[in-house]
Structure formats: structure tokens, C-alpha cells
Design a protein around this ligand. Structure first.
Ligand code: FRU
Length: 488
């Protein structure tokens, strides 16, 4: 393994992905659109670069790209850490926690007893200044079943039944429990979902979201997302979704469980609450990391980044309902220099071929290929010396892949070093295409309209900046590549 450069925090710090000013972050928490701003709360250690002292950090944005850091929102206290949870705007005044001015923001989060105790229960905190200053509710806990692994409440207003609904996990049981409340302070159990789908690892961070079905005006589908601590196809932690029906009481899955990201680094995503109706999007982001190796990632003064915010829709392709994710359109405002290339025939002489396509460490690109006889074709990102991250298509597997074996001094873990494959058939016209977002320590790949996604961390040297195309084991055509540099 290469030694870790002492200025790593500067050259691996993302240009466009959220990081804390300093120190450790994990899950996004309490995502809410309030007073014209996208609020991002997050699991944060305000004292160090490893997990611990869990508290809620806070940042706001007007465009989902530029974030302003705000003071710690909910701090740990001598008895409890503040684990993951959600925020709602109590615009009907159901909780009585307002002060007569604007509607209060209410956070519903898991208070986890300080070690060595292990007890977990759901607590409230509220803000009457639009989310900057928070007060812990004096009547906490609001939901306590005496459990040690009962966490990550996601609360939303369920219009048809006129009450708040909470999805929360019994982590070790691999169960999402649903509760209802009229006032956010008293909760009654509605139903349980699970174990089902991926159950090798404990379950964490549920979200139940009503997502628009593309090209079916007015139709929506209920999506239940829940993360697994281990047992994701990449070998570590990851996220699965169930799509089905929610009647205000219980969730029934009508589709098989599916992994929503075939990379290693997309976890604990939750969606923004109270997105204005005129916007109408379902938007989420996830922690761009993996519990298997997060503590071993090589950044020194900060640790952990969020994925790019993504818009969700469900696609009904006749046989199945699929959850699709695409980067928010706001990202286009960060596009600067544009380059185009293609058509370019590669590997026609029978020998493997690599061609240079320029350089860059923060890029947004769309690429279209026509497979020929090649066994593999694709892109080499952040090349320099021995380093390169390979993103390509494997003809025999008919799969998109990301290979980080030479992506720099990442964690010494097989999950980091093993290539990942996501099934991807050529389109009806025979082409294979993907969109790729490259930032200083990450690669996010989107294909098949966002139904196939791979999110991964990489840690190349600052001098490794070249972008190349490769073809091996035959011929393929790079039909077009459109590429933009991105700048915050
Ligand atoms: C998921 C998680 C949550 C928990 C939080 C603690 O990454 O383990 O289940 O609330 O992190 O930081």
C-alpha cells in the first residue's frame, strides 16, 4: 500500500460533494426544505475524525450544491448521543411546541444511551427559529419500548389518515415498525414489515417515500428503503428497496427486494421532507461510505462525504417497478468547459487499445458505446503512474463494472479492492451508455435511466488526472462522449 500523503485532506476533499468543515460524518439526518433552504443535518463527531460523540451537524443550501455550515444542531449530552432521525415542519401545530410565530421544526431522533449502557429510544427536539437553535423536549422519550436496537425514526405526515406516521427499525430483528401519532409526542404501534429481502446484516435507516411513476401522470408508488449493515453484493453495507402499497397502516411489498446501488458507498439515504408542491420532486442523498472500511479511509482532518443529491422516480417497465435515481438538475449549473469526442473505432486491429481523452478530476460525462467483438470496454479515470479507476462494460457478463484495484491508497479491505458488476443490457438500438460524475474522491455511475447506479470512493494521487478510453479482447466503438468540467 502507498503511504498516505500528509496533505490528503486538501486534494481528496470533494469539490461538489458535502463534507463537514472538519471531522467525522455518517448518515444524513432530518433532511427538510424549510424557509427556502435545503437543510442537511448529519451524524457528526464534533470532536474527532472517527465515529463517536454522535451529534447532529447542520448545513443549508439554496441549490443543493453549495452548502453553508451552521453550528451543531443537536449535541450529545452526558446521558445520550443523538443518533439518526428526521425533521418535520409542524405546520398544523399538532405538537404544541411552537411559540406562536412560524411553524416549529420538530426533530424525531434516536437517543442512544452513552456506553456502556445500550438503551435506544425516540426523542424530540424542536426549533422555533427555522432550524438553527434546537431545544430537547422536556418530556422525552416519546417512544420507548425498552429496546437496545430500536432506531432511526423517519416521520412524515400521512394526509389520508390525518396523522403522523413513523418508520423505525428493530435493527437486529430485521424489522421496520410503523407507528402513528396525532401530536408527535404519543405514538401507537401500527404494524411491522420484515424480515424480507437482504437479512444477513442488521437493518438501519428506513425511509418510506411516495415516489412519482414516470410517464404516468399523477401515479405514485410507495418505496420502502432500508439499509443492511452487511451482506450487500459488494460485500459490505448497502441499501435495498421494496416497492409496494402503504394504506396508512401497513406496508405490503409487491416487488422483490432490489439493491439500489451496486457500488460500495451509498448508505443511510433519506429523502427531503416538505419539498414545495411546485417543485414536486422526491430528492435524497446518502452517506458515501461503507461501514466495512469507513474508519480506514485515508483523509486526515475530515472523514466522510455525502453522495450527490438525486431525484427519484419509479419506472413501470411492464414486468417490474424499478426505482431510478438521477443527479439533481441543479448540477448542470456547475458545468464549465465542454469537450466532445467520437465516433472512435477502437481495437479494430485485434490488439487491446487505450487512447487519451484529456484530463480532469471533477467531471460530468455522458458516454455512448457500440459494443463489437470486445470482451471489455470503458474508461480509465484518474490515471497516472500505476493508478487508474476502471469503469466499463463486460460483454460476457453483460454488466457495467467499476474496478478500484488501482484507485490509490484506499482501505486495505477486499470490499474496496474487488470489482463490482451491475447487470446492464444494451439499449434497444444496441448501444451501451452511462453518465458519470467524478469528484476528487468519488465516482458515481448512472445507467439505464438511473435504474443502475454504482457509487464508489477512490483515493488517487493528485497528479493522477488523465482520462482514457480502453478496449480489450476485440473491437468496440466509442460513439460519442460529452464531458464537462465541474466547478462549485
Ligand atoms: C447507520 C447508523 C444508524 C445510527 C447511526 C449512529 O449508519 O448506525 O443506525 O442511528 O448510524 O451514528
Amino acid at each position: 500500500m502507498t503511504s498516505i500523503p500528509s496533505t490528503s485532506e486538501d486534494f481528496w476533499r470533494p469539490a461538489l460533494h458535502f463534507t463537514a468543515e472538519r471531522f467525522w460524518i455518517n448518515d444524513p439526518n432530518g433532511l427538510v426544505f424549510a424557509c427556502g433552504q435545503w437543510h442537511l443535518f448529519f451524524q457528526h463527531n464534533p470532536q474527532g475524525n472517527t465515529w463517536g460523540h454522535m451529534s447532529w451537524g447542520h448545513a443549508v443550501s439554496r441549490d443543493l450544491l453549495h452548502w453553508r455550515h451552521l453550528p451543531l444542531a443537536i449535541a450529545e449530552d452526558p446521558t445520550h448521543m443523538a443518533f439518526s432521525g428526521s425533521v418535520v415542519i409542524d405546520d398544523k401545530g399538532t405538537s404544541g411546541l411552537g411559540d406562536g410565530g412560524q411553524a416549529p421544526l420538530v426533530a424525531i431522533y434516536t437517543a442512544c444511551a452513552q456506553p456502556p449502557a445500550r438503551h435506544q429510544a425516540q426523542h424530540l427536539a424542536f426549533s422555533n427559529d427555522g432550524g438553527t437553535r434546537w431545544t430537547k423536549y422536556a418530556g422525552n422519550p416519546v417512544l420507548d419500548i425498552g429496546a437496545e436496537n430500536f432506531r432511526d425514526p423517519k416521520v412524515f405526515w400521512h394526509g389520508p389518515s390525518g396523522r403522523w406516521v413513523m418508520a423505525v427499525v428493530l435493527a437486529h430483528g430485521r424489522i421496520v415498525s410503523f407507528y402513528a401519532s396525532a401530536d408527535l409526542k404519543h405514538w401507537s404501534h401500527l404494524s411491522d414489515f420484515g424480515p424480507e429481502g437482504g437479512v444477513q446484516g442488521i437493518w438501519e435507516c428506513p425511509d418510506l417515500i411516495s415516489v412519482p411513476v414516470k410517464d404516468h401522470a399523477g401515479r405514485r408508488a410507495w418505496v420502502l428503503k432500508v439499509d443492511v449493515f452487511e451482506g450487500h453484493p459488494s460485500g459490505g453495507s448497502g441499501a435495498q428497496v421494496f416497492i409496494g402499497d402503504f394504506d396508512g397502516q401497513s406496508f405490503q411489498s409487491t416487488q422483490p427486494a432490489r439493491w439500489i446501488d451496486h457500488g460500495s458507498d451509498f448508505y443511510a439515504a433519506i429523502s427531503w421532507a416538505h419539498v414545495p408542491a411546485e417543485d414536486g420532486r422526491s430528492v435524497w442523498l446518502g452517506w458515501m461510505n461503507n461501514h466495512r472500511y469507513a474508519a480506514a479511509t485515508p483523509t486526515l482532518s475530515w472523514c466522510g462525504a455525502m453522495s450527490i443529491p438525486r431525484v427519484l422516480h419509479v419506472r413501470d417497465d411492464g414486468a417490474a417497478l424499478l426505482l431510478c435515481q438521477e443527479p439533481v438538475s441543479e448540477l448542470q449549473a456547475a458545468r464549465r468547459e465542454q469537450r466532445r469526442c467520437g465516433p472512435l473505432g477502437l481495437g479494430a486491429g485485434g490488439a487491446d487499445e487505450v487512447v487519451g481523452l484529456g484530463a480532469g478530476d471533477v467531471l460530468d460525462l455522458d458516454i455512448v458505446w457500440r459494443p463489437g467483438t470486445a470482451r471489455e470496454f470503458g474508461l480509465l479515470l484518474r490515471c497516472g503512474g500505476e493508478q487508474a479507476t476502471r469503469v466499463g462494460w463486460d460483454a460476457e457478463r453483460r454488466a457495467l463494472f467499476v474496478d478500484r484495484r488501482q484507485s490509490g491508497p484506499g482501505p486495505d479491505d477486499p470490499v474496496f479492492r474487488s470489482p463490482q458488476y451491475a447487470p446492464l443490457a444494451p439499449q434497444a438500438d444496441g448501444s451501451v451508455r452511462w453518465r458519470l460524475l467524478l469528484d476528487r474522491c468519488s465516482v458515481e455511475v448512472f445507467a439505464d435511466g438511473g435504474a443502475v447506479v454504482l457509487t464508489n470512493l477512490i483515493f488517487p494521487s493528485p497528479g493522477s488526472r488523465e482520462l482514457k478510453a480502453f478496449v480489450s479482447g476485440g473491437a468496440a466503438e466509442l460513439v460519442t462522449m460529452e464531458c464537462w468540467t465541474l466547478e462549485a
